[in-house]
Design a protein around this ligand. Structure first.
Ligand SMILES: *Cc1c(COP(=O)(O)O)cnc(C)c1O
Length: 363
């Protein structure tokens, strides 16, 4: 018997999406680093990314890259979270390039690369206003680039990059990405050579790419969400890319109670299991189901998109999610399996949860 909750991971659909995204990028002179952290680094997914034409495989977690190195991956592996001091040895051992924003980190990487007898690649991060990682002033970025080029024997400056819309919710635009492009041009003039990588962000740059607004100089993007959770593109960024399949990940959970109950809680209200007091709309008595899946598995039940369009996710505690099924055409019964598309956060959490069974659908 199948065990639930279950996260189904469809490799053929993943491959299809990768082909579409890498082709779109290639047509615009852009190489794609396929980012695996969103699905917990599942190696079969990384293999599809390689087959589908990704130029590198990246993750924020060195453990996920180590697993790929151990399996014999020979595509360049990119660490996308700026390295911790405590992991430098592993970073140099199990990745080929990392994003870096601190001179002291560069020194540690250089020293470790020398000890491991390697030339290690770095991409310097430039903060264009999102206020997460990156050097804030262009002059400082240029100085750091020269420092890598001329004073760090075991480092190779692969290029520069930026990150947007992660902390500060700042949208990638032609204007801010032009600043990145200009910095790259100045560095190339100073070093008298071309940079391999001018990395203009992640999935959130795709909408601008589709609209033709990414400066020509940008030649690299780091993409996970836009391949794995393609329903995020129309939902969050009003962008449709022809042919993308939203069903790479489908989450399935089993009904453990069906009942007709009032919609407004009865009694004096305090706070729910997570310390919040949500708004409860009184819609009278309605039919609802409980599934054995909760915020412990998901993070937040509002990131579930039921396949049954007449179903409403009412909310969840740690282990139970409550669904309004009153208007559904299907007559649901105890034990039935409910299917969901999942937004990025729910993919991230369910992929990492030991309580969610993973089923990889091969082709
Ligand atoms: C996670 C991450 C990405 C990829 O983000 P997606 O939204 O999955 O495309 C790119 N760059 C950095 C620095 C990241 O941490």
């Amino acid at each position: 018997m199948e065990r639930y909750p279950m996260l189904e991971f469809n490799l053929k659909k993943l491959y299809n999406n990768i082909k579409i995204v890498t082709k779109l990028c290639e047509d615009n002179g852009i190489k794609v680093a396929g980012i695996i952290k969103g699905f917990g680094g599942i190696a079969e997914g990384a293999e599809e990314m390689v087959k589908g034409g990704c130029y590198q495989i990246g993750s924020s977690r060195i453990e996920q890259l180590k697993a790929l190195k151990d399996r014999g991956f020979d595509i360049p592996l990119l660490l996308v979270r700026i390295p911790m001091m405590c992991e430098i040895e592993d970073v140099v051992k199990y990745s080929d390039i990392s994003l870096v924003s601190e001179k002291e980190t560069l020194n540690l990487l250089n020293k470790e690369a020398k000890a491991q007898n390697k030339i290690y690649g770095v991409v310097l991060m430039y903060d264009l206003g999102d206020l997460r990682e990156g050097v804030f002033y262009k002059e400082e970025l240029i100085r750091l680039a020269e420092y890598v080029e001329y004073e760090s024997d075991n480092l190779y400056l692969e290029g520069i990059g930026s990150n947007l819309s992660c902390y500060g919710s700042v949208a990638p635009t032609t204007e801010n990405l032009s600043q990145l492009a200009e910095a790259a041009t100045e560095i190339e003039e100073k070093l008298n050579r071309k940079l391999n990588i001018i990395s203009g962000g992640g999935t959130t740059t795709l909408p601008l790419l589709v609209r033709g607004g990414v400066p020509k100089k940008i030649n690299h993007l780091r993409i996970g969400e836009g391949i794995n959770n393609t329903q995020d593109l129309p939902l969050y960024w009003d962008t449709n890319i022809e042919g993308l399949d939203p069903d790479v990940f489908v989450l399935k959970a089993q009904i453990v109670e069906i009942n007709e109950k009032p919609t407004h809680p009865i009694g004096q209200l305090m706070v729910n299991a997570f310390g919040d007091l949500p708004h409860y709309e009184d819609r009278g008595i309605r039919k609802r189901a409980i599934i054995a899946l909760g915020n412990q598995d998901l993070g937040d039940s509002s990131r579930l998109v039921p396949k049954d369009k007449n179903m409403i996710v009412l909310g969840a505690s740690s282990d139970h999610t409550i669904l309004d099924i009153h208007d559904c055409d299907t007559e649901y019964k105890l034990g039935d399996i409910i299917e969901f598309n999942i937004l990025y956060q729910a993919m991230l959490m369910t992929a990492l949860s030991d309580y969610v069974h993973k089923k990889i659908i091969k082709y």
